[in-house]
Write a protein that binds this ligand. Structure first.
Ligand SMILES: C[S@@+](CC[C@H](N)C(=O)[O-])C[C@H]1O[C@@H](n2cnc3c(N)ncnc32)[C@H](O)[C@@H]1O
Length: 266
Protein backbone atom coordinates (compact mmCIF):
# COMPACT_ATOMS: atom_id res chain seq x y z
CA UNK A 1 0.00 0.00 0.00
CA UNK A 2 2.78 2.42 0.97
CA UNK A 3 4.57 2.19 -2.40
CA UNK A 4 1.64 3.41 -4.57
CA UNK A 5 1.01 6.20 -2.04
CA UNK A 6 4.64 7.39 -2.21
CA UNK A 7 4.48 7.16 -6.03
CA UNK A 8 1.33 9.24 -6.04
CA UNK A 9 2.89 11.98 -3.90
CA UNK A 10 6.01 11.94 -6.11
CA UNK A 11 3.90 12.20 -9.28
CA UNK A 12 1.98 15.15 -7.86
CA UNK A 13 5.18 16.89 -6.80
CA UNK A 14 6.75 16.27 -10.21
CA UNK A 15 3.62 17.64 -11.92
CA UNK A 16 3.99 20.86 -9.91
CA UNK A 17 7.63 21.17 -11.00
CA UNK A 18 6.70 20.45 -14.63
CA UNK A 19 4.08 23.21 -14.53
CA UNK A 20 6.50 25.67 -12.94
CA UNK A 21 9.36 25.07 -15.42
CA UNK A 22 6.94 24.93 -18.33
CA UNK A 23 5.51 28.34 -17.55
CA UNK A 24 9.00 29.80 -17.33
CA UNK A 25 9.98 28.07 -20.63
CA UNK A 26 6.93 29.65 -22.29
CA UNK A 27 7.85 33.03 -20.83
CA UNK A 28 11.42 32.70 -22.20
CA UNK A 29 10.12 31.67 -25.61
CA UNK A 30 7.80 34.70 -25.76
CA UNK A 31 10.62 37.02 -24.71
CA UNK A 32 13.13 35.67 -27.23
CA UNK A 33 10.72 35.65 -30.15
CA UNK A 34 8.85 38.86 -29.30
CA UNK A 35 5.57 37.05 -28.80
CA UNK A 36 2.85 38.23 -26.42
CA UNK A 37 2.98 36.04 -23.29
CA UNK A 38 0.04 33.78 -24.07
CA UNK A 39 -0.42 30.67 -21.99
CA UNK A 40 -2.81 28.24 -23.68
CA UNK A 41 -2.26 25.59 -21.02
CA UNK A 42 -4.67 27.17 -18.58
CA UNK A 43 -7.75 26.14 -20.62
CA UNK A 44 -6.01 22.91 -21.76
CA UNK A 45 -5.44 21.69 -18.19
CA UNK A 46 -9.21 21.91 -17.58
CA UNK A 47 -10.01 19.74 -20.62
CA UNK A 48 -11.12 16.50 -18.97
CA UNK A 49 -11.97 14.72 -22.25
CA UNK A 50 -8.39 14.69 -23.51
CA UNK A 51 -6.77 13.16 -20.43
CA UNK A 52 -9.62 10.67 -19.98
CA UNK A 53 -9.24 9.48 -23.61
CA UNK A 54 -5.48 9.08 -23.06
CA UNK A 55 -6.27 7.04 -19.91
CA UNK A 56 -8.70 4.87 -21.87
CA UNK A 57 -5.89 4.02 -24.31
CA UNK A 58 -3.39 3.45 -21.47
CA UNK A 59 -5.82 0.90 -20.05
CA UNK A 60 -6.20 -0.89 -23.38
CA UNK A 61 -2.87 -2.68 -22.79
CA UNK A 62 -0.22 -3.17 -20.12
CA UNK A 63 2.69 -1.18 -21.55
CA UNK A 64 2.64 1.60 -18.97
CA UNK A 65 3.20 1.00 -15.27
CA UNK A 66 1.22 4.12 -14.53
CA UNK A 67 -2.44 3.35 -15.15
CA UNK A 68 -4.05 6.77 -14.75
CA UNK A 69 -2.82 10.28 -15.49
CA UNK A 70 -4.51 12.94 -13.37
CA UNK A 71 -3.29 15.96 -15.32
CA UNK A 72 -1.41 17.06 -18.42
CA UNK A 73 1.47 18.10 -16.15
CA UNK A 74 2.14 14.45 -15.26
CA UNK A 75 3.47 14.20 -18.82
CA UNK A 76 6.54 16.02 -20.03
CA UNK A 77 7.35 19.72 -20.25
CA UNK A 78 8.32 18.96 -23.88
CA UNK A 79 4.83 17.83 -24.92
CA UNK A 80 3.04 20.66 -23.16
CA UNK A 81 5.51 23.22 -24.51
CA UNK A 82 4.81 21.93 -28.03
CA UNK A 83 1.06 22.21 -27.39
CA UNK A 84 1.45 25.83 -26.34
CA UNK A 85 3.83 26.61 -29.19
CA UNK A 86 1.41 25.24 -31.80
CA UNK A 87 -1.51 27.16 -30.28
CA UNK A 88 0.54 30.34 -30.59
CA UNK A 89 2.20 29.76 -33.99
CA UNK A 90 -0.84 28.19 -35.71
CA UNK A 91 1.10 26.13 -38.29
CA UNK A 92 -0.74 24.73 -41.31
CA UNK A 93 1.48 21.67 -41.52
CA UNK A 94 3.52 20.02 -38.76
CA UNK A 95 5.87 17.12 -39.48
CA UNK A 96 7.32 14.94 -36.72
CA UNK A 97 9.83 12.11 -37.00
CA UNK A 98 9.64 9.47 -34.25
CA UNK A 99 6.23 8.49 -32.88
CA UNK A 100 6.59 5.38 -30.69
CA UNK A 101 3.49 5.24 -28.40
CA UNK A 102 2.22 8.55 -29.78
CA UNK A 103 2.18 10.73 -26.67
CA UNK A 104 3.75 13.78 -28.32
CA UNK A 105 1.65 13.04 -31.42
CA UNK A 106 -1.50 13.30 -29.27
CA UNK A 107 -0.42 16.65 -27.80
CA UNK A 108 0.32 17.99 -31.32
CA UNK A 109 -3.02 16.80 -32.69
CA UNK A 110 -4.90 18.27 -29.74
CA UNK A 111 -3.27 21.66 -30.37
CA UNK A 112 -4.22 21.50 -34.07
CA UNK A 113 -7.80 20.58 -33.17
CA UNK A 114 -8.02 23.46 -30.69
CA UNK A 115 -6.60 25.81 -33.35
CA UNK A 116 -9.24 24.52 -35.79
CA UNK A 117 -6.37 24.59 -38.28
CA UNK A 118 -3.49 22.40 -39.37
CA UNK A 119 -2.46 18.85 -40.20
CA UNK A 120 0.23 16.54 -38.87
CA UNK A 121 2.39 14.11 -40.83
CA UNK A 122 4.27 11.64 -38.62
CA UNK A 123 7.15 9.49 -39.85
CA UNK A 124 8.14 6.42 -37.86
CA UNK A 125 9.75 3.03 -38.29
CA UNK A 126 7.35 0.16 -37.60
CA UNK A 127 8.14 -1.65 -34.37
CA UNK A 128 8.31 -4.91 -36.32
CA UNK A 129 11.04 -3.39 -38.55
CA UNK A 130 13.35 -2.16 -35.78
CA UNK A 131 15.59 -5.20 -36.06
CA UNK A 132 15.87 -4.69 -39.83
CA UNK A 133 16.93 -1.04 -39.51
CA UNK A 134 18.75 -0.93 -36.18
CA UNK A 135 19.97 -4.50 -35.69
CA UNK A 136 21.15 -4.51 -32.10
CA UNK A 137 22.05 -0.82 -32.17
CA UNK A 138 20.48 1.11 -29.33
CA UNK A 139 18.02 3.83 -30.25
CA UNK A 140 15.27 5.91 -28.67
CA UNK A 141 15.57 8.04 -25.53
CA UNK A 142 19.00 7.39 -24.04
CA UNK A 143 19.53 5.03 -26.97
CA UNK A 144 17.66 2.35 -25.02
CA UNK A 145 15.22 0.22 -26.97
CA UNK A 146 11.76 0.31 -25.43
CA UNK A 147 11.43 -3.39 -24.78
CA UNK A 148 7.92 -2.97 -23.42
CA UNK A 149 6.77 -2.00 -26.90
CA UNK A 150 5.90 -5.34 -28.48
CA UNK A 151 6.62 -6.28 -32.06
CA UNK A 152 3.00 -6.33 -33.24
CA UNK A 153 2.08 -2.87 -31.92
CA UNK A 154 1.35 0.09 -34.20
CA UNK A 155 3.14 3.40 -33.70
CA UNK A 156 0.84 5.93 -32.09
CA UNK A 157 -1.48 3.35 -30.47
CA UNK A 158 -2.17 5.88 -27.71
CA UNK A 159 -3.55 8.62 -29.98
CA UNK A 160 -7.23 9.15 -29.04
CA UNK A 161 -9.53 8.35 -31.98
CA UNK A 162 -11.22 11.78 -31.97
CA UNK A 163 -7.85 13.40 -32.80
CA UNK A 164 -6.95 11.21 -35.77
CA UNK A 165 -8.74 13.14 -38.52
CA UNK A 166 -5.86 15.63 -38.98
CA UNK A 167 -3.19 12.93 -38.91
CA UNK A 168 -1.23 10.99 -41.50
CA UNK A 169 1.24 8.36 -40.27
CA UNK A 170 3.88 7.23 -42.77
CA UNK A 171 6.07 4.24 -41.98
CA UNK A 172 9.71 4.15 -43.02
CA UNK A 173 13.09 5.71 -42.21
CA UNK A 174 13.05 9.50 -42.46
CA UNK A 175 15.85 9.48 -45.07
CA UNK A 176 13.55 7.54 -47.41
CA UNK A 177 10.26 9.23 -46.54
CA UNK A 178 11.13 12.94 -46.26
CA UNK A 179 12.25 13.37 -49.91
CA UNK A 180 8.76 12.22 -50.95
CA UNK A 181 7.02 15.01 -48.97
CA UNK A 182 6.26 17.87 -51.33
CA UNK A 183 4.16 20.05 -49.04
CA UNK A 184 5.54 23.04 -47.14
CA UNK A 185 6.18 22.20 -43.49
CA UNK A 186 5.79 25.07 -40.98
CA UNK A 187 6.97 23.18 -37.90
CA UNK A 188 9.44 20.28 -38.01
CA UNK A 189 9.86 18.14 -34.89
CA UNK A 190 12.77 15.71 -34.70
CA UNK A 191 12.51 12.84 -32.22
CA UNK A 192 13.70 9.84 -34.23
CA UNK A 193 17.26 8.54 -34.46
CA UNK A 194 19.40 11.10 -32.59
CA UNK A 195 22.64 10.23 -34.39
CA UNK A 196 24.61 13.14 -35.84
CA UNK A 197 24.08 12.09 -39.44
CA UNK A 198 20.34 11.55 -39.08
CA UNK A 199 19.70 14.83 -37.21
CA UNK A 200 21.80 16.66 -39.80
CA UNK A 201 19.92 15.02 -42.64
CA UNK A 202 16.48 15.80 -41.16
CA UNK A 203 17.27 19.43 -40.28
CA UNK A 204 18.82 20.10 -43.69
CA UNK A 205 15.77 18.58 -45.31
CA UNK A 206 13.42 20.72 -43.20
CA UNK A 207 15.27 23.94 -44.10
CA UNK A 208 15.37 23.05 -47.76
CA UNK A 209 11.65 22.27 -47.67
CA UNK A 210 10.93 25.65 -46.04
CA UNK A 211 13.71 28.09 -45.04
CA UNK A 212 11.26 29.76 -42.63
CA UNK A 213 10.25 26.59 -40.83
CA UNK A 214 10.49 26.31 -37.05
CA UNK A 215 12.44 23.34 -35.74
CA UNK A 216 12.19 21.45 -32.46
CA UNK A 217 14.92 18.91 -31.69
CA UNK A 218 14.33 16.57 -28.77
CA UNK A 219 17.41 15.32 -26.89
CA UNK A 220 19.31 17.99 -28.80
CA UNK A 221 22.53 17.39 -26.87
CA UNK A 222 22.84 13.71 -27.84
CA UNK A 223 25.14 14.81 -30.65
CA UNK A 224 26.85 18.04 -31.63
CA UNK A 225 24.69 18.92 -34.61
CA UNK A 226 22.40 21.51 -32.93
CA UNK A 227 25.47 23.28 -31.52
CA UNK A 228 27.12 23.24 -34.95
CA UNK A 229 23.96 24.55 -36.57
CA UNK A 230 23.84 27.53 -34.25
CA UNK A 231 27.58 28.14 -34.28
CA UNK A 232 28.85 31.35 -35.82
CA UNK A 233 31.57 29.25 -37.49
CA UNK A 234 28.97 27.44 -39.53
CA UNK A 235 29.09 29.48 -42.72
CA UNK A 236 26.39 27.43 -44.41
CA UNK A 237 23.74 27.95 -41.80
CA UNK A 238 24.77 30.62 -39.34
CA UNK A 239 22.24 33.34 -39.63
CA UNK A 240 21.80 36.04 -37.01
CA UNK A 241 18.08 35.95 -37.75
CA UNK A 242 17.84 32.55 -36.04
CA UNK A 243 17.28 32.36 -32.34
CA UNK A 244 16.64 29.45 -30.04
CA UNK A 245 15.15 28.64 -26.68
CA UNK A 246 15.63 25.58 -24.55
CA UNK A 247 12.92 23.25 -23.31
CA UNK A 248 13.58 21.75 -19.90
CA UNK A 249 12.57 18.42 -18.45
CA UNK A 250 12.07 17.02 -14.94
CA UNK A 251 13.10 13.39 -14.65
CA UNK A 252 11.82 10.65 -12.34
CA UNK A 253 14.34 11.73 -9.68
CA UNK A 254 12.89 15.25 -9.86
CA UNK A 255 16.10 16.55 -11.41
CA UNK A 256 15.74 19.25 -14.02
CA UNK A 257 17.80 19.48 -17.20
CA UNK A 258 17.72 20.94 -20.74
CA UNK A 259 16.14 18.38 -22.99
CA UNK A 260 15.03 19.94 -26.25
CA UNK A 261 15.59 23.05 -28.31
CA UNK A 262 13.34 25.23 -30.45
CA UNK A 263 15.13 27.00 -33.31
CA UNK A 264 13.39 29.53 -35.49
CA UNK A 265 13.80 32.79 -37.29
CA UNK A 266 12.98 35.88 -35.28
C1 LIG B 1 12.23 8.58 -28.92
S1 LIG B 1 11.06 7.61 -29.75
C2 LIG B 1 9.83 8.79 -30.18
C3 LIG B 1 9.06 9.29 -28.98
C4 LIG B 1 7.93 10.22 -29.28
N1 LIG B 1 8.31 11.33 -30.13
C5 LIG B 1 7.37 10.78 -27.98
O1 LIG B 1 7.73 11.90 -27.60
O2 LIG B 1 6.58 10.09 -27.33
C6 LIG B 1 11.93 7.25 -31.18
C7 LIG B 1 11.10 6.74 -32.37
O3 LIG B 1 11.85 7.06 -33.55
C8 LIG B 1 11.67 6.07 -34.52
N2 LIG B 1 12.83 6.15 -35.41
C9 LIG B 1 14.13 5.90 -35.14
N3 LIG B 1 14.90 6.13 -36.21
C10 LIG B 1 14.07 6.57 -37.19
C11 LIG B 1 14.27 7.00 -38.53
N4 LIG B 1 15.47 7.00 -39.09
N5 LIG B 1 13.18 7.42 -39.22
C12 LIG B 1 11.95 7.41 -38.67
N6 LIG B 1 11.71 7.02 -37.40
C13 LIG B 1 12.74 6.60 -36.68
C14 LIG B 1 11.53 4.78 -33.73
O4 LIG B 1 10.78 3.85 -34.46
C15 LIG B 1 10.84 5.25 -32.45
O5 LIG B 1 9.46 5.02 -32.52
Amino acid sequence: MIKPLVMNIKDKFRARLVKEYLYSNIYMYCKKFYRPNRNFLIPFEKDKKFISKINEKVNSNNFFTKRKFESIYELSIYRNFIYNYIRDAKPSLVLETGVLHGLTTSWILKALLDNKKGKLISVDIKRADWKKYFGNKKMGPGYEPDLKFPNYEASGWIVPDYLKKNWKLIYGPSKKILPKINKKVDLFIHDSDHSYSNVKYEINWALKNNPNTSIIIDNYDMNSYSFEFLSKKNKDYYNPKYNYCLINEVNEDLKYYDSAILIKKI
